[in-house]
Ligand binder design. Structure first.
Ligand code: ATR
Length: 273
């Protein structure tokens, strides 16, 4: 049976999700299709109604709807409640269930590479929706402490309260005075800095070679933080690895079978599909 899936957000034209999921369908010979659908901020309710009308089987949700979509869902999983947002929805006969794959998608490459998190220290740039899922992920893996640096320090302070509730020591900082990266085992960027080639506020010359540097920005792939980390010989995790981790998890939620990771990766990196 032909099933239709979608990603909703605004803007949405740059989304790589249709390429990734359609490549997976082709690889497995599945009769399904995945489309991008622009839904402006004030039209979420109508957008969801029209998806239900066409009998959508499932959809991803991205900026700016990840939090506001929650009130239109009939059910949510544990991660949605923890993070306060949903990014993957199933539709069974008009009943919508929300999942949040941000946390597990973020952790996927860390776990796949066998990198230990327990007892480690983290510096996280950013305090938005993605940052909240990342904090929950580090807490779940047993990280000891986290420093959260954000342009708006008040938001970093609020996220620190959340981190402490989950059992980590937490300190808030300003992006204008980011501590030296030499103090941290993990350095993670969850802000949009680096998207348009902006310089990272991290003094990359102080990154240790035994630290892990993870930038969730995936376009461009080589942000100034990643380039600096590479020069220092640190272990690098690219933003596309989180994106693929999330896409694979959404695939498994919707189709109940293992995602064809390599075909999805080829579609994303443009190595031919
Ligand atoms: P997401 O769901 O991707 O996390 P978000 O919730 O809008 O998106 O969060 C965006 C994050 O990037 C925030 O930490 C934001 O900082 P503020 O809290 O101060 O707004 C950060 N950010 C976005 N643009 C930025 C910029 N030009 N410089 C520094 N930080 C920026």
């Amino acid at each position: 049976m032909l099933k239709t899936f979608a990603v909703i957000g605004d803007p949405i034209h740059h989304s790589m999700s249709p390429n990734i999921h359609n490549a997976a369908f082709r690889e497995l010979g599945m009769e399904s299709t995945y489309i991008a659908y622009r839904v402006p901020t004030d039209q979420l309710e109508e957008g969801i109604e029209s998806l239900k009308r066409i009998g959508i089987s499932g959809f991803n949700v991205t900026i700016p709807h990840k939090t506001s979509v929650m009130k239109f869902l009939d059910k949510t999983d544990q991660n949605c409640s923890l993070v306060g947002a949903a990014n993957t929805i199933t539709n069974y006969s008009g009943t919508l269930k929300g999942y949040n794959t941000d946390m597990d998608g973020f952790l996927a490459p860390i776990i796949r590479k066998g990198i230990g998190v327990a007892g480690r220290s983290v510096m996280l740039l950013g305090a938005g929706g993605a940052a909240r899922a990342i904090v929950a992920g580090f807490a779940r893996q047993g990280a000891a402490s986290i420093t959260i640096a954000n342009r708006t320090v008040e938001k970093a302070r609020k996220l620190c309260v959340f981190a402490e509730r989950l059992g980590m020591r937490a300190v808030a900082a300003s992006l204008a005075s980011v501590p030296s990266p030499s103090e941290y085992d993990f350095i993670v960027n969850s802000t949009s800095i680096g998207m348009a080639g902006q310089e990272t506020p991290v003094d990359t010359s102080q990154i240790r070679s035994d630290s892990v540097v993870y930038d969730i920005v995936y376009a461009p792939m080589k942000t100034s933080l990643i380039a600096g980390a590479k020069r220092r010989g640190a272990m690098i995790i690219f933003g596309y690895e989180m994106l693929l981790g999330q896409a694979a998890l959404a695939f498994e939620i919707w189709h109940g079978r293992k995602a064809p990771y390599d075909a999805m990766k080829r579609a994303l990196l443009g190595a031919g599909t």
